[in-house]
Design a protein around this ligand. Sequence first.
Ligand code: PPS
Length: 568
Amino acid sequence: MEMRNLAPIPELYVSWDSAQKMKLEAAELTSWDMSPRQICDLELLMNGGFNPLKGFLSEADYNSVVENMRLADGALWPMPITLDVSEEFAETVKTGQDIALRDQEGVILGTMTVTDKWVPDKSREAEKVFGADDDAHPAVNYLHNTAGKVYLGGPVVGIQPPVHYDFRARRETPNELRAYFRKLGWRKVVAFQTRNPLHRAHQELTFRAAREAKANLLIHPVVGMTKPGDVDHFTRVRCYEAVLDKYPASTTHMSLLNLAMRMAGPREAVWHGLIRANHGCTHMIVGRDHAGPGKNSAGEDFYGAYDAQDLVREHADEIGIEMVDFKHMVYVQERAQYEPADEVTDGSTVLNISGTELRRRLREGLEIPEWFSFPEVVIELRRRYPPRSNQGFTVFFTGFSGSGKSTIANALMVKLMEMGGRPVTLLDGDIVRKNLSSELGFSKEHRDLNIRRIGYVASEITKNGGIAICAPIAPYAATRRAVREDVEAYGAFVEVHVATSIEECERRDRKGLYKLAREGKIKEFTGISDPYDVPDNPELRVETENVEVDNCAHQVVLTLENLGLIAG
Ligand code: PPS
């Protein structure tokens, strides 16, 4: 399929002069503060990446897209691009009204004339678009647990694109890419969609794909939103820049796409095709399990491995893009080169490193061979994922008042400081309540707030490579779980249950508080008149009765060593 047309495609932006005027007018309108995903969607709506869409889907278009993968006028469009809002906001908006669309800092990016307002059947959307109403699918989880209950639809007028401060020179709109291809005389362009770092096998397969199609190559990574847990885009783009040097000069271009992926497999692949066609590409590489969401809650794949390829092939003409098979490339040791797996002769030794194995090697600081990845890429990945013994982590003590948490935490802090290497911060319950949480009491709500604050600080410390030692009572399991999730985004969370019994704590009564609690002079006292959820599965449980503090702290140190967090 030759390049049919590199003429500009329609954008939704008004002229610069009109934008200045509109900005002032729009400031008076009811305004919606968009979510990060909506901002990604709006950018591609406004710059023509989602052509032929002219705004967020109307109810009729939405129903038709969900049921038939087509807009109401019959045009192929597989993904519902909807403006989900809260019920409270929806109540303030009437159809026919213009609203301002603001980014997270309050800047007005565009306006929308609300033509439709409806409550969608989210379970139907999940079944039809994502294949199952199962929260294990990241987009279904988003749909049920993050997206608002009401959808608004209507045409959008673009005032200005969202501002990106990172990799500015690498971001191009569809029309900028079209102009670039036109200028260089690139008549055929193969797009490579990716959300992962590129290693040698990817470089080989993309280069071969372009050569076989007699086309130029566009590396078109997604930097908007990808699958939770992916390598962050800053690291990835630095990796891509390193790989770009490995292609023959002037055959290949790299551009960043601010798309919010939905991991919708086959439907997503068709969507990716339409987006690439809008960006002036003629071909797109589609692989096994393209845009796959991982396993469902029964541990099975959501889609067949080749469903995406089948659906794109079926609609290739309408998409306006030719599909190029992703060749599975393997490294053949005897010939010291990559070859397509189906061309490898019997008896050759084929080497491979899976994604899981790569992560293990990074975590443990083990060798990543040159045949697998480019040294420049490995350096970037190692900078981002240092071995555990160089990463930050949090030790979270929990237990009754007077159980010995603070004393053990202090001893642990001193031992870790003696070892050196990382800064250590102690967030002791009593100390936190004197500063960070000085206005809080002991209601469930206040305790939760207190623990979430401690968790926030601990996660920041962990992110920045330090050690946070927390020692609050933290009586509620759900709150502890939430803190664990916050911290684990950046490093290890080590929960230590100081398992001193309530009887022993009361017998010791070091601060005289239990006596006051028994007398009813202190209300909602943990263990006496307020509950404590015993941790089910802490990384360590320490008994303190008849055990020295030093020994308790030593048990924590051993646990940290076992987890690879401190060098033995
Ligand atoms: S929580 O539940 O995690 O927010 O509690 P925390 O911030 O660790 O604060 C516990 C310390 O406050 C004192 N104190 C009470 N504890 C429990 N319940 C009630 N009602 C209460 N009122 C005051 C008590 O001294 C705790 O100190 P520690 O260090 O745990 O002995």
